[in-house]
Structure formats: C-alpha cells, structure tokens
Design a protein around this ligand. Sequence first.
Ligand SMILES: *[C@@H]1O[C@H](CO)[C@@H](O)[C@H](O)[C@H]1NC(C)=O
Ligand SMILES: *[C@@H]1O[C@H](CO)[C@@H](O)[C@H](O)[C@H]1NC(C)=O
Ligand SMILES: *[C@@H]1O[C@H](CO)[C@@H](O)[C@H](O)[C@H]1NC(C)=O
Ligand SMILES: *[C@@H]1O[C@H](CO)[C@@H](O)[C@H](O)[C@H]1NC(C)=O
Ligand SMILES: *[C@@H]1O[C@H](CO)[C@@H](O)[C@H](O)[C@H]1NC(C)=O
Ligand SMILES: *[C@@H]1O[C@H](CO)[C@@H](O)[C@H](O)[C@H]1NC(C)=O
Ligand SMILES: *[C@@H]1O[C@H](CO)[C@@H](O)[C@H](O)[C@H]1NC(C)=O
Length: 340
Amino acid sequence: MARAVVLLLLAVAALSCTSAAASGPSCHADDSAALLAVKAAFNNASFFEYWTPEFPCCDWYGVDCGDDYLPSDDRVISLAITRDDNITGTIPGDAIAGLTRLRDITFFKVPGITGPIPAALANISGLRVLTISHTAVSGPIPSFIGDKFTDLGILDLSFNSLTGAIPASLAKPPKLNSIDLSRNRLTGSIPRLLLSKAGQQAFLTLSHNNLTGRIPAEFGAVNFVQIDLSRNQLTGDASMLFGSGKKELVSAYLSRNALSFNMSQLQLPEELNFLDVSHNSIYGSIPAQMANMTDIQLLNVSYNRLCGEVPTGGNMPSFDAYCFQHNKCLCGAPLSPCTH
Ligand SMILES: *[C@@H]1O[C@H](CO)[C@@H](O)[C@H](O)[C@H]1NC(C)=O
Ligand SMILES: *[C@@H]1O[C@H](CO)[C@@H](O)[C@H](O)[C@H]1NC(C)=O
Ligand SMILES: *[C@@H]1O[C@H](CO)[C@@H](O)[C@H](O)[C@H]1NC(C)=O
Ligand SMILES: *[C@@H]1O[C@H](CO)[C@@H](O)[C@H](O)[C@H]1NC(C)=O
Ligand SMILES: *[C@@H]1O[C@H](CO)[C@@H](O)[C@H](O)[C@H]1NC(C)=O
Ligand SMILES: *[C@@H]1O[C@H](CO)[C@@H](O)[C@H](O)[C@H]1NC(C)=O
Ligand SMILES: *[C@@H]1O[C@H](CO)[C@@H](O)[C@H](O)[C@H]1NC(C)=O
C-alpha cells in the first residue's frame, strides 16, 4: 500500500517535471484569476477541485489554451463545464467575460445551472461556439448573441427552459451555420432570414417548442443538410424545403405541426435519407418519384390527408403500414388494395 503511494507520488512528480520542462502553455495571470472567480461563483464545487494555482490554468480540467496555430499561447480559448450534477448556481457572466480570448463556451449536462444567459457574456466578442445544453437555464435567448458574436459558427441552446421568441438577430453572424434550440419553451415565429448566410451546409433543429406561424419562404434559398422543426405549431407550406436543387438535404423532420400543403408535385432530393412529415394536414398524393429515392431509410407520412396510390419500387417495400396509416384515402401496398 505505502509502496504504491510512493510510486504514485513519483509518477506525479515525473509528470509535473515533464510539463514544466516542455514548452506547453503556461497560463496568463488574468485568465487564471478569471477562472478562479468562476470556481468561486460555483461555490468551489468538486468539479473544480484541481483548479489550483499549483498547476498552470491551461491544464485545468475543462480548460484549453492556444490553438493549432499557436499551441504555446498562454490565453484560455475554451471553457467546458460538463456532466456534473453537483454544480449549482447561475452562469457567472462577469467572471467568464474576464476570459477575453474565449472562442468556445460549453455548459453541457449541468442540470443545477439556473437563471438567465447573462448579459456580461456579450463582451466575449471572439466567440465561435456557444453551447448551453441540458441545463435549467431560463429566460429569453438574448439578442446580443446575434448582434455581438460576429464569428459565431455553432449555437446550441437545446434542452433548457428558455422562453420567448427566437431573436431576429440570430440571422446576423455571417459564419453561423448550425443552430439547435430544441426542447425549450420558445414561442413566436421563425425569423425569416435565419441561416440565410450559412453557405453550403446549414443545420437547424427547433423541435419540441411552441413555435407558430409559417416556415419562412426564405428557407427555400438555404442549403439545409438537416432540418428538424417537429413538435411545434407551424402552419402552411413546407415545400420550399425540397426541390431538385436541394442536393445537400439528408434529413427533414417536420412531424407534429399543422402544416398544410399539396405534396403531389414535391420534388424530393435523391440524397434524402430521413423524411418524417407525420401528424400534419398534408394533402395531395405521395409523389411517384419517391420510389426512385435509393437512399431513403425513414419515411413517415402517417396522420395526414393524403390520397391515391402508395408508389411501388425502390426502397418503398421497406416501409410498413404504420408509415402510411391514418390518411384520407391512401391505398395500395402496404395498405389495402386500391379500388379503381
Ligand atoms: C472557495 O475557495 C476559496 C479559496 O480557497 C475560498 O477563499 C472561498 O471562501 C471558498 N468559497 C466557498 C463558497 O467555499
Ligand atoms: C457530487 O457530490 C457527491 C456528494 O458530495 C459526491 O459523492 C459525488 O462524487 C459528486 N459528483 C461529482 C460528479 O463530482
Ligand atoms: C464589458 O465591456 C464594457 C464596455 O467595454 C465594460 O464597461 C464592461 O466592464 C465589460 N464587462 C465585463 C464583465 O468585462
Ligand atoms: C405549448 O403550449 C401549450 C399550451 O399553451 C402547453 O400546454 C405546452 O406545454 C407548451 N409546450 C411547450 C414545449 O412549451
Ligand atoms: C394537388 O396537386 C395536384 C397536381 O397539381 C392536383 O392534381 C390535385 O388536385 C391537388 N390536390 C388537392 C387536394 O388540391
Ligand atoms: C425514376 O428514375 C428513372 C430512371 O432514372 C426515370 O426514368 C423515371 O422518370 C424516374 N421516375 C420518376 C417518377 O421520377
Ligand atoms: C410513423 O408515425 C406513426 C405516428 O406517429 C407511428 O405510429 C409510427 O411508428 C411511425 N413509424 C416510423 C417507422 O417511424
């Protein structure tokens, strides 16, 4: 036992000698002070046990300095507080804003974090990734996220208790191409120009909220790879999401809304893998071209107002009757035969 402890101590000593000798990052005093303020704001929870001045703060758990181009930079660029049930309190905005070079903030699976997204974060102008997910954070999505974070690329605020509308400013950051606001209690309509600057690939997840109104017509010009608007109260047309030009579209989840449009002439991109439009008020017929879609793995048009024959061929035999059930007058395999 004692021998094991001695060996362990020797190993630790050897490790710290190595890191002191290597040209690895030291830690800027301002960043170290800011991180200790974060630790104190969370009542020195056990997550932060090894955030102590004995080690350079760039080595602290959840902290990263430099980047691929500046590996020895001593400034903190990434802070990730993740998977801890013991941390409680609000996001200490003033302390975090002291980390002036931050590019990436992550709070993930910390259910004891409550309160709003603090205004002080607006000062971290170089932010590229903001993740606050699976927490109890509440209040509105502040519009400064779109106004101030001009380098933002990824925004994930899913699985929180956020309320209010999606701010129109989220359309502003020119590099923002991935937005996940799912599983909150958001209301109001989807901002018209959301992801309109996303370029070649856009990812949008707004499912499990209370969004109303129509899907913006402007979404017809966005190159979505993945779009999930399911479980809201959206109305009207969704056909702008499809069309032969939508070469990137892999998955479209639109189920459990109040969408209402004629599906007959819909041009579905051949690359589409997942299409769930169940529980809406979609009418017309299933486009014959669907039988030509060789990559389709999930198709669900159940609980709509569709009519006519289910197309045959291609991957169609892999979908059972539950995928087509409860429509107005759909017929043909796997449903009962059509009576012409
Ligand atoms: C956290 O630790 C610091 C430094 O050890 C100490 O000054 C402070 O009182 C502690 N705070 C709490 C809430 O335990
Ligand atoms: C949370 O606190 C409890 C009790 O203090 C402790 O047993 C547990 O290891 C802590 N969990 C984490 C993830 O630190
Ligand atoms: C944020 O920036 C403003 C203006 O530059 C400054 O007055 C304020 O102290 C900053 N807040 C924090 C928390 O750094
Ligand atoms: C949506 O609104 C309804 C009625 O106002 C409410 O019962 C439901 O809990 C809300 N759902 C969400 C995800 O906020
Ligand atoms: C849907 O569109 C098709 C083709 O344009 C048309 O023939 C059909 O009548 C429309 N269905 C409904 C219910 O409006
Ligand atoms: C399906 O593909 C075949 C071969 O490319 C083509 O001839 C046919 O017109 C397509 N059918 C539909 C409904 O798009
Ligand atoms: C399609 O949706 C219906 C209704 O929600 C559901 O019962 C069925 O399991 C779904 N099928 C697939 C393959 O997702």
